[in-house]
Design a protein around this ligand. Structure first.
Ligand SMILES: [Zn+2]
Ligand SMILES: [Zn+2]
Length: 367
């Protein structure tokens, strides 16, 4: 048992309070990580808003990075002192996990949202009170966390820890969608709707893939400028456009081969579908709640068009995170352009910066 500090959500729509908490003992397959820093993601805001039902009190945060300080008896692939990024949890034993699709783990919800281990025990407590860690298998808004070793990815010594957390969720989602799901190449054109972390990771990965046309669509001129610097060949400012689909088609008259929706709103999903070429694919990634009905024109998708949802880029963290680090080394994935670091005590400010969109990827650094 160790005494840590963690940000507690006592009930939905409340501020997170940083309090002293006890972290329990390890199960054989788990590791204890001293958290260096954690990214802040829109899914944390969804957790606070109660969009994802959680048991309370809960500790959010799911883009943790830090140093391994203890390993369970059965852990063979990580050791004390290893620097790691912690990604989403998967079981490793079901059919999707065994066939390289851990984001579609059959027990994903139980492992990532229920706030306990599968046996019902919690990793954190305050005296008699059970504190629900285990958010995305980690709960990284804390000075230390417990996670299953399989959720952690070892990092090379030269990679900055304050950039590492977002590799486990937001960046993984965008890069994995381009690389694993859409499998874009230099022959392809792509339109990316919503230029936050996921959208920018999509733009950068499409640039790495050599896509001949990369069109960024957003409401913010600043974000579109950044997208251009990071690889977009064209931009569409939806805040001034009379017709976003028309503007995308002005660049690619036959439509784009792929569209990525990093927003999740019906209007954006419809625009993404409408600007597709025949046989094109729309990948929809934005989370707007578990009930989000969308009307699509069946006549339009009859022409070989596909709409698919994607979780976590359909990625295997231990495969894709090292790839993204290689891209970063080559200067093609400059994560530091997205990140602003806040002290842990300013977590509330970092959450507000995520909500307002002032900062693309706030990262909180533990003391
Ligand atoms: Zn599984
Ligand atoms: Zn996330």
């Amino acid at each position: 048992m160790s005494r840590i500090r963690a940000a507690l959500l006592r009930e939905p729509e409340q501020e997170l309070e940083i309090e002293e908490v006890d972290l329990g003992d390890l199960e054989p397959d788990e590791i204890r990580v001293r958290v260096h820093s954690s990214g802040v993601c829109h899914t944390d805001l969804s957790g606070i808003a109660g969009v994802v039902p959680l048991p309370y009190p809960a500790v959010l945060g799911h883009e943790g990075a830090g140093t391994v300080v203890e390993v369970g008896d059965a852990v063979v692939d990580l050791a004390v002192g290893d620097r790691v990024a912690v990604s989403f949890a998967s079981c490793g034993e079901c059919e999707p996990c065994m066939s390289a699709h851990p984001a579609y783990c059959e027990i994903f919800a139980a492992l990532n949202y229920f706030g306990t281990r599968l046996d019902g025990s919690t990793t954190m407590c305050q005296g008699e009170l059970e504190v629900h860690g285990n958010f995305f298998g980690q709960s990284s808004f804390a000075t230390e966390l417990i996670t299953a070793a399989r959720n952690a990815v070892a990092l090379p010594d030269d990679f900055p820890l304050e950039l590492a957390g977002p590799l486990g969720c937001g960046l993984l989602t965008g890069a994995g969608t381009v690389r694993n799901v859409l499998q874009l190449t230099e022959r392809d054109s792509v339109a990316v709707f919503g230029i936050g972390t996921v959208g920018l990771a999509s733009v950068m990965a499409a640039a790495v893939a050599g896509c001949r046309t990369i069109i960024a669509v957003d409401l913010s001129a600043d974000r579109l400028e950044l997208a251009r610097e990071l690889g977009a060949t064209h931009v569409v400012d939806a805040s001034v456009s009379d017709d976003v689909v028309w503007d995308v088609m002005a660049v690619e008259p036959a439509g784009v081969d792929a569209a990525i929706d990093a927003v999740g709103l019906e209007v954006v999903i419809q625009q993404g579908l409408e600007c597709l070429a025949v046989r094109g694919t729309l990948a929809t990634l934005g989370l707007q709640g578990l009930e989000n009905p969308v009307t699509v024109n069946q006549g339009h998708i009859l022409l070989g068009r596909t709409i698919t949802g994607v979780i976590e880029g359909d990625a295997q963290p231990r495969e894709l995170i090292p790839v993204m680090i290689d891209w970063w080394r080559q200067g093609r994935f400059p994560i530091e352009r997205l990140v602003e670091v806040f002290p842990f005590d300013a977590l509330q400010e970092a959450l507000a910066a995520t909500a307002s969109g002032r900062v693309i990827k706030p990262v909180v650094e533990m003391p």
